[in-house]
Design a protein around this ligand. Structure first.
Ligand code: GRF
Length: 213
């Protein structure tokens, strides 16, 4: 059984998608938020999952907080740490500690549009497709070996909210998929690239939904 801990900061819809996927061989042990008012904590509790708030404002700095966070996470001995809308920059020591066993989801087709306000910036740039990326976490922000990406069209008349909603729907599909592959020990990282062992043709790590979606 692979043990999973999920970090959130807010709504928690990706966390919920992973929990609802009921991935065979995996168990979500805990959901931890740096914001005590995160809605996702309530959702986790409703599934009977340990939900922990660790307020970063109560700590002197990033290193102090990350050390406390790692101690809390490690109480659950996770095989995999999942960042799902966790809105804090991680210290290098924290990233090293979970190297090769920490995934993140970012709402853009990396390496484009790292950082915040990805949907607004995609619309402003006039790109015709947008999307989302699940990747292994490295010290550099919104970078690291890419596991899976999903592409959506940017349609005429889109605003930040409509594009975000279209992308989010795909996030809820690809994040459980990436976690499933990890749990099945099928993700191989070589030279900064991920291959999915024994992937079925067409599911090697990218995904294009129908344009009407
Ligand atoms: C998602 O769009 C994710 O890509 C980004 O933050 C958002 C989190 O949403 N990192 P939720 O908390 O999972 O609903």
């Amino acid at each position: 059984m692979k043990r999973i801990v999920i970090l959130i900061s807010g709504r928690g819809s990706n966390m919920e998608a992973i929990v609802r996927a009921q991935i065979p061989g995996a168990q979500v042990q805990a959901v931890i938020s740096n914001r005590p008012d995160a809605k996702g904590l309530e959702i986790a509790r409703s599934f009977g999952i340990a939900a922990v708030a660790l307020d970063h404002k109560a700590y002197a700095g990033r290193d102090e907080f990350d050390a406390a966070l790692a101690a809390e996470i490690d109480r659950f001995s996770p095989d995999l740490l999942v960042l799902a809308g966790y809105m804090r920059i991680l210290s290098d020591g924290f990233v090293r500690h979970y190297a090769g066993r920490m995934l993140n989801i970012h709402p853009s087709l990396l390496p484009c549009f790292t950082g915040l306000h990805t949907h607004r910036r995609a619309i402003e740039a006039g790109v015709k497709v947008a999307g989302t990326t699940v990747h292994f976490v490295i010290p550099e922000l919104d970078a690291g070996p890419i596991v899976i990406q999903a592409v959506v069209p940017v349609l005429p008349g889109d605003d930040e909210d409509s594009l975000a909603a279209r992308v989010l729907k795909q996030e809820h599909r690809i994040y459980p998929q990436a976690v499933r592959w990890f749990v099945e020990d099928r993700l191989v990282i070589e030279n900064g690239r991920v291959t999915v062992r024994d992937a079925q043709a067409g599911s090697e790590g990218w995904s294009v939904p129908p344009v009407e979606d």
